[in-house]
Design a protein around this ligand. Structure first.
Ligand code: CAA
Length: 286
């Protein structure tokens, strides 16, 4: 059942034995696969798993994704989260078929897509490992993450204009702040995609890897983060995110407050004591 052929058809990579067991035993999730990865099982991995629709982000998938992110966020054994898709698609956007018949009133009354913002409220760092298409909501989901690694054949785009709508998951804001006005306008007004290489040049992506190595590299990045104090990592994440939301003066004030706060923690004492004593630090998230 779990042979190479089935994975090849779906364009997915085989999961570890543990994940297969969870899935076979009847996972609580329909649209995602969830497992713990890394030598210390301290990286939470979420794989979007709606291959026939190129991981289009239907309501059910987004609800599951948010639930999985929140449960990893609460799990003290997890230090970082990786979100990935298949080799063909990270995600091809919001589900157009689901959205097709919505009226203006439906959108306003349900505050359509407002729940997506919960991904960016997760305190632990999230790494997006993007192979294939990251379009529309898929690109926006990647940008809600903290680090984006791309496979060599990844493509990023905000093609909503071709459907006579505009990005609704933060794309006009995050893309512009990340790649600058000219490229963001070009992508959003023409609907054209950019390659992984162009995305790296524009600062959207931090690293590019061969397709088959991408997820492992993202997990290794997660393991490096997870070695540090989780308490301080979440402060660092908050401070960096402040740069996207606040003025320079406000951002510097936030940074200073968080920096000073690290001096109230056991982990800060441990980190500096370990350096001075030339030994490894033993962080306790306190
Ligand atoms: N929603 C629903 N279904 C989708 C989808 C989407 N966003 N993207 C792809 N699919 C479905 C297709 O309908 C198709 O299903 P069927 O087999 O049932 O027909 C299946 O996935 C495979 O897709 P294609 O046959 O089109 O595959 P392809 O390789 O020829 O093309 C693609 C791939 C270029 C990604 C193309 O599917 C495409 O352009 N998809 C739409 C991309 C898009 O417009 N995204 C933005 C959505 S709006 C949005 O995201 C708003 C927002 O800001 C949140």
């Amino acid at each position: 059942m779990w042979g190479a052929c089935r994975w090849a058809v779906r364009g997915l990579r085989p999961l570890s034995t543990a994940a297969r067991r969870t899935y076979a035993a009847g996972s609580q999730y329909q649209y995602i696969l969830v497992e713990k990865r890394g030598e210390r099982q301290n990286v939470g991995m979420i794989q979007l798993n709606r291959p026939k629709a190129l991981n289009a982000l239907c309501d059910g998938l987004m609800m599951e994704l948010i639930q999985a992110c929140e449960s990893f966020d609460e799990d003290p054994g997890i230090g970082a989260i990786v979100i990935t898709g298949s080799d063909k698609a990270f995600a091809a956007g919001a589900d157009i078929k689901e959205m097709q018949s919505k009226s203006f009133q439906d959108c306003v009354n349900s505050n359509f897509l407002s729940n997506w913002g919960k991904v960016s409220e997760v305190k632990k760092p999230i790494i997006a490992a993007v192979n294939g298409f990251a379009l529309g909501g898929g690109c926006e989901l990647a940008m809600m993450c903290d680090i984006i690694y791309a496979g060599e054949k990844a493509q990023f785009g905000q093609p909503e204009i071709l459907l006579a709508t505009i990005p609704g998951g933060g794309g006009t804001q995050r893309l512009t702040k990340t790649v600058g006005k000219s490229l963001a306008m070009e992508m959003i007004l023409t609907g054209e995609r950019i390659s992984a290489q162009e995305a790296k040049q524009a600062g959207l992506v931090s690293k590019i890897y061969p397709v088959e190595k991408l997820v492992e590299e993202a997990i290794q990045c997660g393991e490096k983060i997870a070695k540090n104090s989780g308490l301080i990592v979440s402060m660092a994440k908050e401070a960096v995110n402040g740069a996207l939301e606040l003025s320079l003066a406000e951002g510097n004030r936030l940074e200073k407050k968080l920096f000073h706060s690290t001096f109230a923690t056991e982990d800060r004492k441990e980190g500096m004591s370990a350096f001075v004593a030339k030994r490894d630090a033993n962080f306790k998230n306190q």
